[in-house]
Design a protein around this ligand. Structure first.
Ligand SMILES: Nc1ncnc2c1ncn2[C@@H]1O[C@H](COP(=O)(O)OP(=O)(O)OP(=O)(O)O)[C@@H](O)[C@H]1O
Length: 781
């Protein structure tokens, strides 16, 4: 009975049942009593879930019953329960050694044939598959080497092709522009000649005409029948057709040309652009939407052609007359964005839970088409002010009003057309400059805008931020050096510019930039303002030239109090009314900020102190002044601004006398409030008034996947090295660790886990070292 049972056991079932039995045995031995074991065994038996093992009789006990197989046995202490490895047991009484070319694992009832390239000596328990291992190892190394060497090539080839078609487009546009210039100058010459000729003709004709006319007059009465004079006068064209055909035809076409030139001296009639927008314009009758353009080269040609045209228009603008400006304003070519004007009245922000004022009684507005600078000492609340404007403030209660386009609407309703550039970088280091901009444009521009138009937007931004030279360069990460810091800052700004915002808010975009880069950036922003964009930015220590490039200034004192808000041109005039004059050769913004910091004592005859400046501004504009501020300005109480600036108490603060539990409770409350705000900010939907339909979630997810793929491909080199290290580690440890049936290679697995952890820990450490190295280099410098 035992034998027949043993012979019917299938290999797979046997292994699984052995595994189950092993686990159960080792556990049961420790935990269960013998009685419990028997009960379980009976249960298992009755359920018929498990098959029994191939059983081998103890040596020398031929008549031994097979009852032992029905009992649980501890595998680790009595191996002989199974047919031992290297032999096979066709019956319970027979044990044969495994022959060469075969292998017999523990508990075998027959010997197994070795695989083709594997070697099996006689009495082998396992086949030797080293050859397979070497092949696999070589194959994996080969694949990793391919990834290491070619991963960059895939993207590089694509980029090269794109760059080529772009170069071609630039070349063609340049040629077109040159040809256009030639055509224009030829036309000018022709025009001059034509005008000369026409005056000559008119003189000759008028002479002849007068002669003929007098002849006609003379001959009217004496004309003989059958002569010309008797006939009614012919229309001039017919006349010319009838008589001196050649000359007169010349004259008429010349006249037409003169008229054409006189009507539109800039027309390029007779001059066909290869893929110029003018041609398309003629077909559609209005500005092209790029729908007809399909190939990359066509799209680039269109974009560059358009940019060239805009440049020419700008050059013309430089010496525009007043009437020219009026014409320009009506020109549909200059696209205007939907305007966003933000007005704020008595804006006060108080930190929840702590009752600390971050900003107080700020009143004013920022307008479309103007560039406003927010300045003030460090910690004055500039970033807080920008965040409040953009509707990004969290953990604060806000009082006062914010009006958008004169209405009480939530700023969130316009979020699709509001760009926000934070202080920290938002670029992706392992994408190129162009890829970063393109991703932002695709996700945030209107979904129905055709691709060529999006390309045009991106190209325009690259051009205006002076990023052409680095457009194909990686932005760079800690591990991989990329573009310079200044260029990186510009890319940050570009990410928001490509979404064509109506309100653009920037937090210190010029920090860390040299004066020429700052100038370039501000010029680009001014160009945006020309399109009606409302620009508001925090700027630190601008040079005088830069300062003069702003339209408006919002000067904040510590505690988020306004000291001045108005035109840049009038700031010195205002401070002069307070008796504060900027000394010679001192940069006005630097001087004002030094005063607000308390570093410089204003040289004033009126005795105004820096603490009084916010109240003076309020009184100057007739704004209501809170009592505590009024008292503080009179020197009767501690200044609210000063308190806030130094992190002290404000209206209801009284933490000094609070117990630890009270403080803790305040902190918890504050934390909850901040999280609540964050949740509301992310999940509460406000109505969309931006009139822009951006790509849907799935479309954006598709773009995101594309970007992710590129990033992974860029990191492929590092990952290939990681896998190579893992592979070698695995081979080494695998060779060292003995794999046996009892442990199921658990030691090998443990080693591998340790190796993986070590490698990742090393990576982390390396990143830290890199970061610190950067910091140390800075310190050393
Ligand atoms: N969420 C907040 N929790 C606690 N304090 C805050 C919070 N937000 C701002 N503050 C405090 O408000 C003050 C103004 O901060 P803000 O970052 O607006 O200053 P800033 O003028 O932009 O400074 P800097 O020029 O140095 O960037 C600081 O004292 C800051 O500690």
């Amino acid at each position: 009975m035992c034998l027949s049972e043993a012979m019917t056991v299938h290999l797979v079932v046997r292994v699984s049942s052995a595994l189950m039995a092993l686990l159960a045995c080792s556990l049961a031995r420790r935990v269960l009593t013998a009685h419990l074991q028997n009960s379980i065994m009976k249960l298992v038996h009755a359920s018929q879930i498990f098959y029994r093992y191939s059983y081998q009789l103890p040596p020398g006990k031929q008549n031994h019953t097979c009852g032992g197989a029905d009992k649980w046995a501890d595998f680790s202490s009595s191996k002989e329960l199974f047919c031992s490895g290297g032999s096979y047991c066709p019956s319970t009484i027979q044990k044969n050694p495994c022959s060469s070319g075969h292998y017999c694992r523990q508990g075998s009832t027959s010997q197994e044939q070795c695989f083709r390239m594997a070697t099996c000596k006689s009495q082998s328990e396992n086949q030797n598959i080293t050859a397979y291992g070497i092949l696999l190892f070589a194959g994996l190394i080969f694949i990793l080497l391919i990834i290491y060497n070619c991963s960059d090539q895939v993207l590089a080839t694509r980029e090269k092709r794109q760059a080529k078609s772009r170069e071609k487009a630039v070349q063609s546009v340049r040629e077109t522009a040159q040809a256009r210039e030639k055509w224009k100058s030829a036309k000018d010459i022709a025009k001059k000649h034509a005008v000369g000729l026409s005056s000559q003709f008119s003189r000759t004709f008028s002479r002849r005409k007068s002669t003929r006319h007098s002849d006609q007059l003379k001959g009217l009465g004496q004309a003989k029948p059958g002569t010309d004079a008797a006939l009614p006068p012919m229309p001039p064209n017919e006349q010319s057709a009838g008589t001196s055909k050649g000359k007169k035809k010349d004259k008429s076409s010349l006249t037409q040309m003169i008229h054409a030139i006189e009507e539109d001296p800039n027309s390029h009639e007779g001059f066909n652009l290869e893929i110029g927008d003018k041609n398309i314009k003629k077909q559609t009758g209005k500005a092209p939407k790029g729908k007809q353009l399909h190939t990359q080269s066509q799209i680039f040609k269109y974009a560059y052609g358009q940019i060239e045209k805009e440049k020419a228009l700008q050059e013309q603008n430089a010496n525009l007359t007043f009437s020219g400006v009026i014409q320009m304003a009506g020109d549909t070519e200059i696209s205007k964005r939907p305007p966003i004007e933000v007005a704020f009245k008595d804006l006060t922000l108080t930190l929840k839970g702590k009752n600390k004022h971050l900003m107080r009684c700020v009143t004013g507005k920022i307008s479309p088409g103007r560039v406003s600078a927010v300045m003030g000492p460090s910690g004055a609340g500039k970033t807080t002010f920008l965040s409040a404007l953009a509707g990004k403030i969290k953990g604060c209660t806000m009082s006062g009003m914010i009006l958008v386009n004169g209405k009480m609407e939530s700023i969130h309703s316009y979020k699709k057309i509001i760009g926000f550039v934070p202080q920290d970088d938002i670029v992706h280091g392992n994408l190129t400059v162009e890829e970063n901009l393109w991703f932002s444009a695709r996700c945030r521009l209107s979904a129905d805008l055709p691709k060529p138009e999006k390309v045009l937007v991106v190209e325009r931004v690259i051009e205006s931020l002076g990023l052409q030279a680095v457009r194909d360069s990686l932005v760079g990460t800690v591990e991989r050096r990329g573009i310079s810091g200044g260029q990186r800052k510009r890319v940050n700004v570009g990410l928001e510019m490509v979404m064509e915002p109506s309100l653009l808010i920037l937090d210190e975009p010029t920090s860390g930039l040299d004066s020429s880069s700052s100038n370039l950036l501000l010029r680009a922003l001014r160009r945006e303002a020309l399109e009606g964009v409302n620009i508001c930015m925090v700027v630190h220590q601008p040079s005088y030239t830069l300062f003069k490039m702003f339209d408006d200034l919002i000067l904040l004192a510590k505690g988020g109090l306004t000291v001045y808000h108005g035109s840049v041109k009038k700031v010195e005039e205002y401070f002069a009314t307070l008796g504060i004059t900027v000394p010679e050769r001192v940069n006005p913004p630097d001087y004002f900020i030094d005063i607000l910091e308390g570093i410089v004592k204003p040289s004033t005859s009126s005795g105004v102190t820096y603490k009084q400046l916010p109240v003076r501004w309020m009184l100057h504009n007739g704004y209501p002044v809170p009592m505590d501020m009024l008292q503080s300005s009179d020197g009767m109480a501690a200044s609210a601004g000063e308190n806030s600036a130094h992190g002290g108490s404000t209206p209801n603060a009284g933490s000094d006398g609070q117990s630890f539990a009270g403080d803790f409770w305040q902190d918890v409350k504050c934390h909850v409030e901040v999280n609540k705000d964050a949740l509301q900010h992310n999940f509460l939907k406000s109505s969309d008034l931006s009139e822009r339909i951006t790509p849907g979630v799935f479309q954006q997810y598709r773009y995101f996947l594309g970007r992710g793929g590129k990033q992974r491909l860029r990191e492929a080199r590092t990952q290939a090295v990681d896998f190579l290290i893992l592979l070698i580690a695995g081979v080494c440890l695998g060779t060292l660790a003995k794999v046996s049936d009892e442990t199921f290679g658990a030691i090998g697995y443990t080693y591998t886990v340790i190796a993986v952890c070590t490698i990742f820990a090393t990576h982390l450490w390396l990143w830290k070292v890199e970061e610190n190295r950067g910091a140390l280099l800075l310190l050393a410098g």
